[in-house]
Design a protein around this ligand. Structure first.
Ligand code: ADP
Ligand code: GLC
Length: 477
């Protein structure tokens, strides 16, 4: 098949979260399965160096943006035999310091930026020397693609449009006046169109106009049809349940594999766990935590510091976690208030809590390898990648049983010695603490602990399976 993938980030070019890993791995996996893949990204300043060798395909991609027309260019970079990346260049919109904003403020023209991007992707398809069978767009930043396709090129050739929701909490909501930028007839602004309580909702373009709708785990596909998780779109999603599918993300084991990971001091697998201890000691040293406490459990966390990830629970319970005997290694950045709360605690417990408020790819790998447990007390989690990485690193996940966390982590049962981690249901600090206590108790029982680690490391969430599921949706009659 000839497949176009559209998203706003992709490893190894530019990444703020899991979306980048997914777009990167899915594109590569589909190409490895023998399909031809072109992945579209905006040409941000941050990736200009990595895109330096890209060739200009067209410097005259013209799209209407409200009352005026805007011009952009498309550049292409060959990644493998069957894989290309196409960059949409429009320096006024994308040659900036940040991706979505700067110093905690979203750019005010994000509607214009991503509507332009989506329209420009569709407008550049005829320039690609490639007749696509599938157009697969991801998240609100690319949600306008299926709609614009249906209004502009669809009459000329048929293909299947697929839209994937990675996080329903980000819908691309903008003031009504920005609707002009869509260049759609006025009747598209209504509850049956792109309106959401008087605002423009860009995500709805993907929900309404794609042939197939997916989200990144089975559990989340069910959850978003309920009031608790639907972010106001549960009614619409329920009415679309016939075309809504849950496809669990994979883990990219070329990048996340303790046997080959170049970021860690000692590589290991389930037969050489002594090297994991070497990684733990190195981690403690890097984080300036006392290495002589290497016998005690270390709980790692790597994620955006936002409410979704349950950091308020963490801030509330750190004194208890410390009293229970564990240390914490936290890496992330995000909400300034949460960061401040955590910083105060880090100042209070300098030998037990390490807090790094930055984005650090290498340290993320070192925490995966060096920690004993990995905590993800998410309020909601469409899929979550770190629990899958943790499993492969023998770093036992402790998760709230929601979304993809519920689909990948099975609580350890000491009776049957089955299960790969620990989980809790209620969205409360007390429930989280109880799960942490169960994990710490098991850590003290060496035989059981080794069993959980072995069970965890034996799990296989490779991308092949997920990519095959997408292919069957691409091909579904
Ligand atoms: P989300 O996409 O909601 O942020 P995921 O679990 O799907 O959550 O993916 C997060 C990805 O981003 C993981 O690969 C994680 O390692 C990475 N990540 C998040 N924060 C940081 C950080 N501060 N430094 C390095 N990597 C990070
Ligand atoms: C989103 C979700 C996360 C998911 C990622 C990749 O950012 O928050 O749960 O793993 O997308 O699909």
């Amino acid at each position: 098949m000839r497949i176009i993938i559209v998203g706003s980030e992709m490893t190894p070019f530019v990444k703020t979260g899991g979306l980048a890993d997914v777009i990167g791995a899915l594109s590569r996996e589909l190409a490895e399965l023998g399909h031809e893949v072109v992945t579209f990204l905006p040409l941000y300043r941050a990736l200009k160096d990595k895109a330096a060798a890209a060739q200009c395909v067209s410097n005259n991609i013209r799209v209407p943006m409200g009352g005026r027309s805007m011009v952009g260019a498309v550049y292409e970079l060959q990644l493998g035999d069957r894989q290309r990346v196409a960059f949409v260049r429009q320096d006024e919109l994308f040659d900036r310091e940040g991706l979505y904003g700067e110093s905690d403020h979203d750019y005010e023209d994000n509607a214009a930026r991503y509507l332009f991007f989506s329209k420009a992707v569709v407008a550049s398809i005829p320039a690609l020397r490639f007749v696509p069978d599938v157009l697969h767009a991801h998240d609100w930043q690319a949600a306008f693609v299926p709609l614009w396709w249906s209004r502009t090129l669809a009459p000329a050739w048929r293909l299947r449009t697929v839209f994937t929701i990675h996080n329903l909490a980000y819908q691309g909501l903008f003031p009504r006046r920005q609707f002009d930028l869509t260049n759609l007839p006025a009747d598209y602004f209504g509850v049956k169109g792109l309106e959401f309580h008087g605002q423009l909702n860009v995500l709805k373009a993907g929900l309404l106009y794609s042939d197939v709708l997916t989200t990144v785990s089975q559990h989340y596909a069910q959850e978003i049809q309920t009031k608790e998780y639907g972010c106001g779109l549960e009614g619409l999603l329920k009415s679309y349940r016939g075309k809504l599918h849950g496809v669990l993300n994979g883990a990219d084991y070329t990048a996340w594999n303790p046997r080959t990971d170049p970021h860690i001091v000692a590589n290991y697998d389930s037969h050489s766990l002594a090297n994991k201890v070497t990684c733990k000691r190195a981690l403690l040293e890097t984080l300036k935590l006392p290495v002589e406490r290497a016998w005690a459990p270390v709980i790692g966390m790597v994620s955006r510091i936002v409410e979704q990830k349950g950091y308020d629970f963490i801030a509330e319970t750190i004194p208890q976690i410390v009293t229970m005997g564990a240390s914490l290694a936290i890496l992330g950045e995000g909400d300034p208030d949460l960061e401040k709360r955590l910083q105060k605690l880090a100042d209070r417990y300098p030998t037990r809590l390490s807090l790094r408020l930055c984005f650090d790819e290498a340290l993320a790998h070192q925490i995966e390898a060096g920690a004993d447990m990995f905590l993800m007390p998410s309020r909601f989690e469409p899929c979550g990648l770190n629990q899958m990485y943790s499993l492969r690193y023998g770093t036992v996940p402790i998760v709230r049983a929601t979304g993809g966390l519920a689909d990948t982590v099975e609580p350890y049962n000491p009776g049957t010695q089955t299960g790969n981690g620990f989980s809790f249901e209620a969205c409360t600090p007390a429930a989280m603490l109880a799960a942490v206590a169960r994990a710490l108790e098991t850590y003290r029982q060496r035989q059981h602990w080794v069993r959980v680690i072995q069970n965890a490391m034996a799990c296989d969430f490779s991308w092949r399976k997920s990519a095959l599921q997408y292919l069957s949706l691409y091909q579904m009659p």
